[in-house]
Design a protein around this ligand. Structure first.
Ligand code: C2E
Ligand code: MG
Ligand code: MG
Ligand code: MG
Length: 289
């Protein structure tokens, strides 16, 4: 049977455990060359202001365009990249590429959009993380305050000795920090207390249950209020329905991200969206292609 891996499409055939182990090995070795063969892509998903619905930022989401299998989603290959240590160079490539694109949109369209980039635990433990981020900012010319590093809650603060220092260092560089998938880890509140986070991203598993599960609605509402009391911003992920948006807006969520507004898009399509949405087509139509 074909099993779909990740929302952005491709299929991989499910076989015996042995077959899938072999397949993983093959994919790992393919992944090793994906970067220099130019098979990695950064897609962008807009984040909109909950009230005006203006695009105020975007999250960079990596994809692997496999020569035979087509697009492979990060939910599948990021774990392989973490196991092999390849995540360090892939993550650096994503960061540099996304910073360059964001700076280009600022330069060409005059849009100051916030760029969210995911960091894996392995990257957060790298002693040279700050140098890499500083050089990505320097090389692209992107303003540090427009870069928001997304840190997922599944990382244990205790198990990652450099984590807090690295995040404080990122703050000193002027970057922002967001706690991703908030509410799904075992230590959400500990994270909020100990990490220098500017924003919380409410996990889509809660957002999906708006209108379905009153307990999850209560959690969403309480999370927004708590974040605001702590002077942090809140983004909701996985906003798919009008009903989700209405609820989040009524409860003062700051920003929204989800298929209701847009799926993650490749760079050219995202540029087109920016031009259309910001009503800039008339002014810059000569450079729009
Ligand atoms: P994430 O950081 O929580 O990213 C949000 C995920 O939710 C993305 O999946 C996005 O496509 C998906 N999504 C957005 N809106 C909706 C919606 O309305 N409904 C549903 N059902 N899903 C929605 P994606 O792109 O497959 O990425 C999965 C995860 O892979 C990310 O979760 C992140 O943890 C990781 N990831 C992606 N890119 C990178 C990267 O460059 N580096 C690292 N370390 N991890 C990455
Ligand atoms: Mg994220
Ligand atoms: Mg998330
Ligand atoms: Mg996630």
């Amino acid at each position: 049977a074909a099993k779909s891996l990740g929302r952005n499409n491709y299929q991989i055939f499910e076989g015996s455990a042995e077959q899938s182990q072999q397949q993983n090995l093959a994919l790992k070795s393919g992944l090793r060359h994906a970067e220099h063969k130019g098979e990695l892509r950064v897609f962008y998903q807009p984040q909109v202001d909950a009230v005006t619905e203006d695009i105020v930022g975007m999250e960079a989401l990596v994809r692997w365009e496999h020569p035979e299998l087509g697009f492979i989603g990060p939910g599948f290959f990021i774990p392989l990249a973490e196991e092999t240590g390849l995540i360090v160079s892939i993550g650096e490539w994503v960061l540099r590429t996304a910073c360059r694109h964001a700076q280009e949109w600022e330069r060409r369209f005059g849009l100051r959009l916030r760029l969210g980039v995911n960091l894996s635990a392995v990257q957060l433990m790298q002693p040279n993380l700050l140098e890499i981020v500083a050089s990505a900012l320097d090389e692209s010319g992107l303003e540090a305050s427009l870069l928001e590093m997304e840190v997922t809650e599944s990382i244990s603060i205790k198990a990652a000795p450099n984590l807090v220092e690295n995040l404080q260092g990122l703050h000193r560089l002027g970057c922002r920090i967001a706690i991703d998938d908030f509410g799904t880890g075992a230590a959400s509140l500990d994270y909020l207390r100990k990490l220098p986070a500017d924003r919380i991203k409410i996990d889509q598993s809660f957002v999906r249950n708006i209108g379905v599960d009153p307990d999850d609605e209560a959690i969403v509402r309480a999370t927004i209020e708590m974040a605001h009391r702590l002077k942090r911003g809140v983004v909701a992920e996985g906003v798919e329905l009008e009903q989700h948006m209405e609820f989040l807006r009524a409860n003062q969520c700051d920003e929204l991200q989800g298929f209701l507004f847009c799926r993650p898009l490749p760079q050219p399509a995202f540029e087109k969206l920016l031009l259309e949405r910001q009503h800039l087509l008339a002014g810059v139509s000569g450079t729009a292609a």
